[in-house]
Design a protein around this ligand. Structure first.
Ligand code: PMP
Length: 434
C-alpha cells in the first residue's frame, strides 16, 4: 500500500505541518513501513538492521503481541475503574522481577508520566520539593520532567535550572573528574551530592529525592562505577529524600547480567520507573514503589489515568515480560552483548579515533575522539550516516554527540552482530582516512 514515490510527499508534509523541532535522524532520512524482529524495511522493501531501537524490546511485529492486542480489542478495552484480571496479572508479573519491598504498581502511558508521578509521590512522602539529579539526564517532555532533565533545560533556548533542582556531575569515569584509575571514584562522585543537598536545604526547598537514569544514556551510555548509587542513596535518605531509579532504558533484561540496572550497583531504590520497552511500541509507563510511599500518596485525592492500565495495555505489558522469559532474551542480550563488546574493543585497539568502548549487554557506547582526546562529533556523525548507507541503524549520544549508541531489540543474532562489526570496521577505516 506504499509507493516508493510517497517518501518525498511525506517529507514535504512533515515540513509543512509539523514543528521544526521534531527531529529526523540522518541527513538522508529513512521511511520505514514494516518490521520483523530486529529488521526494518523501507518503502522499496529494502531491509535495515535495527541496532538502535530499544522500544521493540522483543522485536518488531512480534506475533504474540499482535495476537493479544487483536484478542483484547475484539473483547473490550476499558480502564482501572473496573475489575479485570489482566491488571493484577500484569502487576504480579512485574513485581515478580523486583525485590520484595516493591508491592505497589501505578500504570500510566509513558516514561514521562511515570517520572512525573514519581515526583508527586516523592513530594507527598517527604513534604519537601527539592530534587537532586545528575547533569545531562533525560526523564521526559512535560514541565516537571523537563525541569529534572538537564539535557533539555540546560541547552541554549532551554528554560534553565529551577530553584528546586540541583545538578551533580555524571559519574562518568572515562571523561569526568574522577577516572577509572582512581579506586575511590564511586565515593568521590557520590560525595558531590553533599553540596547539592546543602544548597537545596539552604534555599528552603528540602530534599524530596534523587532521580537518575541508572546508567545515564543521553549522558553518553555511562556505566557508573559499582557502589556509586548505594553511596548516593545513603546520603539522600539521610537528608529525608526518596531514591528514584529511572530504568526506562536499562530495565527488563537489556543489560544481560541484570534485569534492572540498580542490581549491578547493589542499590535498592524506593521507586522504579519503567517505560519504552515495556509496551514494545504500545504507549505504556509503569511506576513501582513500596506500600509506605504509596500510602503517603493515598491522601484522599483520586489518582486516575484514562488509558494508563487499560485492559489492552496490561495484556500487552504482561505479554512483553513473558516473551522476554519464554524466549530467553535476557540471556541472548548477555551473549550478543559480550560478542559485540569484544568486537568493539578490537576496533578500539585498531583505530585511534575510538577513545572508549563501554556498556553492558545490549546497552553499548563507543566514544569517538580527536588525537588530543577532544570529543569528535563530526566523526561520530559521519559514521552514523555511513552505517545508514549500509542499512544499519545506530544512534549517537552524549553532551557533545560523539558517542555511537548501539541498543538493538533483544532478538539480535550472532550474524547481525558480526555484520555490525564488519561494516563498522570499514566505516572507521574511511573515517580514519579523513
Ligand atoms: N526516561 C528515560 C531514561 C528515557 O530515555 C525516556 C525517553 N527517551 C523517558 C524517560 C521518557 O519516556 P517517554 O518518551 O515514553 O515519555
Amino acid at each position: 500500500c506504499y509507493r516508493p514515490t510517497d517518501k518525498s510527499k511525506v517529507l514535504d508534509g512533515r515540513r509543512a505541518h509539523f514543528g521544526g523541532n521534531l527531529s529526523l535522524t540522518y541527513s538522508d532520512p529513512v521511511m520505514l513501513v514494516r518490521g520483523w524482529k530486529h529488521h526494518l524495511f523501507d518503502e522499496w522493501g529494502r531491509p535495515y538492521l535495527d541496532a538502535y531501537n530499544n522500544v521493540p524490546h522483543v522485536g518488531h511485529a512480534h506475533p504474540r503481541i499482535q495476537a493479544v492486542a487483536a484478542d483484547q480489542l475484539k473483547r473490550m478495552n476499558s480502564n482501572t475503574r473496573y475489575l479485570h484480571p489482566a491488571q493484577t496479572a500484569f502487576a504480579d508479573k512485574i513485581l515478580s522481577k523486583l525485590p520484595d519491598q516493591f508491592e505497589v504498581c501505578f500504570f500510566v502511558n509513558s516514561g514521562t508520566e511515570a517520572n512525573e508521578l514519581a515526583l508527586r509521590l516523592a513530594r507527598a512522602h517527604t513534604g519537601a520539593k527539592g530534587m537532586v539529579t545528575p547533569d545531562h539526564g533525560y526523564h521526559g517532555n512535560t514541565n516537571a520532567a523537563v525541569a529534572i532533565s538537564a539535557y533539555k533545560f540546560n541547552k541554549p533556548g532551554g528554560i534553565g535550572k529551577a530553584d528546586w533542582v540541583e545538578l551533580v556531575d555524571v559519574a562518568d569515569d572515562y571523561r569526568g573528574t574522577f577516572k577509572r584509575d582512581d579506586p575511590d571514584r564511586a565515593q568521590k562522585y557520590a560525595d558531590l551530592v553533599d553540596p547539592a543537598i546543602t544548597a537545596l536545604t539552604e534555599r528552603g526547598q528540602g530534599v524530596a529525592g534523587f532521580i537518575a537514569e541508572t546508567f545515564p544514556s543521553v549522558g553518553g551510555q555511562i556505566i557508573p562505577p559499582k557502589g556509586y548509587l548505594p553511596a548516593v542513596y545513603k546520603k539522600i535518605r539521610a537528608a529525608g529524600g526518596v531514591c528514584i531509579a529511572d530504568e526506562v532504558q536499562t530495565g527488563l533484561g537489556r543489560l544481560g547480567d541484570y534485569y534492572f540496572g540498580f542490581e549491578h550497583q547493589g542499590a535498592l531504590p524506593d521507586i522504579v520507573v519503567m517505560g519504552k520497552p515495556i509496551g514494545n511500541g504500545h504507549p505504556l509507563g509503569v511506576l513501582v514503589t513500596t506500600k509506605e510511599i504509596a500510602q503517603s500518596f493515598d491522601n484522599g485525592i483520586e489518582f486516575f489515568s484514562t488509558f494508563g492500565g487499560s485492559t489492552l495495555s496490561c495484556r500487552i505489558g504482561k505479554e512483553v515480560l513473558d516473551i522476554v522469559d519464554d524466549e530467553g532474551l535476557q540471556e541472548n542480550a548477555q551473549q550478543m552483548g559480550s560478542r559485540l563488546i569484544a568486537g568493539l574493543r578490537a576496533l578500539e585497539a585498531k583505530y585511534d579515533c575510538v577513545g572508549d568502548v563501554r556498556g553492558m549487554g545490549l546497552f553499548l557506547g563507543m566514544e569517538l575522539i580527536h588525537p588530543d582526546g577532544r570529543e569528535a562529533t563530526e566523526i561520530c556523525q559521519f559514521i552514523k550516516n555511513r552505517m545508514r548507507d549500509h542499512r544499519i541503524l545506530i544512534g549517537s549520544e552524549g553532551p557533545k554527540d560523539n558517542i555511537l549508541k548501539i541498543r538493538p531489540p533483544l532478538t539480535i543474532e550472532a550474524e547481525d552482530v558480526d555484520m555490525i562489526l564488519t561494516v563498522l570496521d570499514k566505516v572507521l577505516a574511511e573515517a580514519s582516512q579523513g
